[in-house]
Design a protein around this ligand. Structure first.
Ligand code: BMA
Length: 827
């Protein structure tokens, strides 16, 4: 195949204007208008609303391109390939209408042999306003969707990422454009039309890789197919060569001692390379490369003593899935990049994730997203792109979703990281539990869509990956979709239901695929969209960057329950993050202590698509909120956690590795000045993939008054081979009632080869010690940690984890340090 790239410089204009402006492809209307200075930055202050008006317009894109006459002579088939058109597009080639499309999730291939001319050609694409379209459709048939009046009503009529019309964490900016690659493909003699890989793991341990190849042949020149599999070390080769004509063939390659692929924390991620060449004589006419992880991966969903299990089983081993929900990384589509996604995935791995859920209100990520998940070991829970809305399964809509699902399943199915396909986000539950005007016809459409058509089409293209009808679900058929004892659960009683986060410990979900608590982003991030006068959470600007109407009130209620009143704006942002981190820790540690019965916790949400108050652990600029550091601790592969009640503390070890772990649990009861009141240790040996309580400490003989209760804390750590692998502390009262004293924090920065080391010490117990640099972003080894008096902590920051290179002197000058004590007003 010869590819004529049509990415790069185009021109664009609003259909209302005469003058063209330069455009970048792949790209978006908002990006082009921004570059030309025709719209203000929609993320700044309240400018989102002004920019929204521009999406009532149509936009035209145009470019010329040159086609060599020799290319036309040689080609047997010429196609215009559009990997992403967002969304309602009229495509004209040399003045002739080629297509009218209205699905951003599809890959379009148009035969253009008849339309292309040797030399100059003109390609013109007009994008119609998505807002006008859904508003018109909504008048014909009103479809219900969540998130109320804030979102553009009618979005379920259009196959476009739902969140672009507004969400409870996202702006209302339904951008358009050529959002993925566009090119001309010229085929000569033949092409690899479809390749499907099946792994058969034999009893003996060997793997038979079945490669089903469909070839399209043009003319009758003999074709040969060469297949080669290279081992992860680049050496071992298994290969096959055979003559092939049009049609389908199976090639089977045997791998005798396969290196198995494991998720992060459970083993390595070896990737084999599979190459296919279609040859005519000595010329390659088409080729494909796949990176293949050898593993078996499914979901066990079977009745058991607690109800019905829901757990990922990888290479025969049931694992506890730990991770978060992923939303699109930016509302302005072309700000997505492999570099940005790689950083995000690395941040997940740093926080010991082994799983990530791609939530259904966005779009199917690019290939590089799945490549990175293969490479770093994250199991992908992949929703189909439907969320929180009802859909009408008319003929046109059904046809669209069938094509879209086939395109994406075929694109993604070979990835080792792909753990499951899921029909939609929250629609089965909505039909049962939520309050909206319910029409029988649309309820029947739900069943048709998610329980018949989508599973059928998904299975047809990917028979080997587990399909789950909805999230949450108990298996479909409107049978208690959000039941707590079977299937997966979205638990929103904490937050939307206003319950306290201590409620988490009352539940033993089988797999909690959503639960969350909001916080504000870092002050550095707030500064990017505010002026000083806006920096109060109830100003119009701050409220417009909080899309969950009741959100600020819920954060304040949570603070009043757990912390003292923060003294100023910056302290409020900081304390909101501590609250969020504590809430998530409280839930995840509990579910991990109950490993076996609970087998997954995927918190809501990993990231943001613009600067906003939200449930994320990484803010829009990728800055780690307190929650992300906390996740790094509560996801420790071998975790020591405490369950405190009254004056008792149970210490439990959860071992989510495949190794037997021998270690020592050490604990110390300290008073406010950190003097040790009692201490002890116990040797333990944790079985692989297990959770067990090792000791119950009873301090009722010491904690004899409220005064003492407010003055003591227990510190615990798990030592393996002399190193601390997990640690923490527990108070016997809420932080607001703990008698904190001025900790007189003192920090010294020193430099080593590849890192800086910050030594922090305190004269009294310091809680939630936060480190930051004024003008530099950094990922610290740990943050929001506690420091006991007289027990200095050393925190490393790798030079590679600084947003820009800095000298020791600069870091010393820029170091900012505070702890919970500093957030209180002490007059
Ligand atoms: C879940 C998600 C999202 C939403 C989040 C927070 O239900 O599926 O739709 O953003 O809750 O409300």
């Amino acid at each position: 195949m010869i590819k004529l790239d049509l990415n790069g410089m185009w021109r664009m204009k609003s259909a209302l204007e005469e003058d063209w402006i330069p455009a970048q492809v792949p790209g978006s209307v908002a990006s082009d208008l921004l570059r030309a200075g025709l719209i203000p930055d929609p993320y700044y202050k309240e400018q989102e609303y002004e920019v929204f008006g521009h999406f009532y317009n149509d936009y035209e894109y145009e470019r010329e391109f040159w086609v060599e006459p020799s290319l036309l002579e040689a080609a047997d088939q010429l196609e215009l390939c559009c990997e992403g058109l967002d969304t309602i597009a009229d495509i004209h080639l040399n003045g002739v209408q080629l297509a009218h499309t209205f699905n951003m999730h599809r890959t379009y291939r148009f035969a253009v042999d008849e339309l292309i001319t040797p030399g100059h050609n003109l390609l013109h694409i007009r994008f119609h306003s998505p807002v006008q379209y859904v508003e018109r459709k909504q008048k014909e048939l009103a479809l219900w969707a969540a998130n109320g009046d804030y979102v553009v009503q009618g979005f379920p009529h259009l196959r476009k990422a739902h969140h672009m019309f507004g969400w409870d964490w996202g702006p209302k900016l339904p951008d358009s454009g050529i959002w993925r690659d566009i090119y001309l493909a010229a085929y000569e003699k033949g092409r690899l039309d479809d390749v499907y890989l099946t792994q058969k793991h034999q009893e003996s341990g060997s793997v038979m890789l079945d490669i089903r190849v469909s070839v399209e042949q043009y003319g009758n020149a003999p074709l040969e197919l060469i297949t080669e599999l290279t081992a992860p070390d680049g050496n071992r080769l298994v290969s096959d060569a055979r003559p092939i004509a049009g049609g389908t063939d199976h090639i089977q390659l045997h791998v005798d001692e396969p290196e198995l692929w494991w998720p992060n924390g459970l083993g390595e991620q070896p990737l084999y390379e599979l190459k296919l060449w279609l040859r005519s004589g000595s010329a390659t006419v088409d080729d494909q490369v796949y990176r293949v992880g050898l593993r078996t991966l499914t979901v066990r969903n079977e009745p058991d003593q607690w109800g019905e299990s829901f757990e990922f089983v990888i290479n025969g081993v049931s694992i506890f899935a730990m991770g978060a929900n992923y939303i699109p990384e930016d509302n302005i589509r072309d700000r997505h990049s492999i570099e940005r996604t790689e950083r995000l995935i690395r941040d997940c791995v740093e926080a010991h994730f082994n799983c990530i859920r791609v939530w259904g209100g966005g779009f199917y990520p690019d290939d590089y997203f799945y490549d990175l998940c293969d490479q770093y070991g994250l199991i992908v829970w992949q929703d189909h792109m439907f969320a929180c809305a009802e859909y009408e399964m008319n003929e046109e809509f059904s046809k669209e979703i069938i094509s879209e699902i086939a395109d994406n399943v075929r694109r993604i199915r070979h990835h080792a990281s792909l753990g499951l396909w899921c029909g939609n986000n929250e629609m089965e539950m909505a039909w049962v539990d939520w309050d909206f005007p319910k029409r029988e016809k649309l309820k029947t459409d739900y069943v048709k869509q998610f329980e018949i058509i989508i599973p059928e089409i998904t299975k047809a293209h990917d028979p080997n990956t587990f399909y789950w009808k909805a999230s949450p679900s108990s298996g479909g058929g409107f049978d208690e979709p959000n039941a707590y004892h079977r299937g997966d659960v979205h638990y929103w009683e904490v937050w939307h239901g206003d319950k306290k986060f201590t409620e988490y410990r009352k539940h033993y979900f089988r797999f909690c695929s959503e639960f969350g608590f909001q916080s504000f982003p870092l002050l550095k991030t707030v500064r990017t969209f505010t002026e000083p006068g806006d920096r109060n959470i109830f100003t119009p600007v701050m409220e417009s960057h909080q899309k969950n109407e009741a959100g600020n009130g819920k954060i304040l209620a949570g603070i009043s329950d757990n912390f003292l009143n923060p003294k100023d704006f910056s302290s409020l942002l900081y304390v909101s993050q501590l609250l969020q981190a504590e809430a998530m820790r409280y839930g995840v540690e509990h579910w991990r202590r109950n490993r076996g019965r609970c087998m997954g916790s995927i918190y809501w949400q990993l990231n943001d698509c613009w600067p906003v108050a939200s449930w994320s652990s990484l803010d829009y600029y990728g800055r780690w909120k307190a929650l992300h550091y906390s996740a790094k601790r509560f996801h420790a592969p071998v975790l020591l956690s405490a369950e405190e009640e009254g004056s008792q503390v149970k210490l439990c070890v959860t071992n989510d590795t495949r190794d037997q772990v021998k270690g020592t649990v050490v604990w110390r009861l300290r008073d406010g000045s950190s003097a040790i009141v009692q201490q002890g240790s116990i040797d333990m040996e944790a079985n692989p993939l297990s959770a067990r309580e090792w000791v119950t400490l009873d301090f009722s003989d010491v904690i004899v008054s409220d005064k003492i209760k407010r003055n003591v804390y227990v510190e615990y750590e798990l030592l393996v081979d002399g190193a601390v692998v997990s640690d923490g502390y527990a108070l016997f009262v809420k932080p607001k009632h703990y008698q904190l004293q001025q900790p007189e924090l003192h920090a010294v920065v020193s430099e080593e080869d590849d890192c800086f080391v910050i030594q922090v010490q305190a004269s009294q117990l310091a809680l939630f010690v936060e480190l930051d640099f004024t003008n530099i972003d950094a990922i610290f080894e740990d943050n929001y940690f506690h420091v006991s008096a007289g027990e200095p902590k050393q925190i490393r920051v790798m030079k590679a984890n600084l947003s820009k290179p800095a000298s020791l002197r600069t870091l010393q000058d820029e170091l900012q340090i505070r702890s919970l004590f500093d957030s209180y007003l002490t007059l």
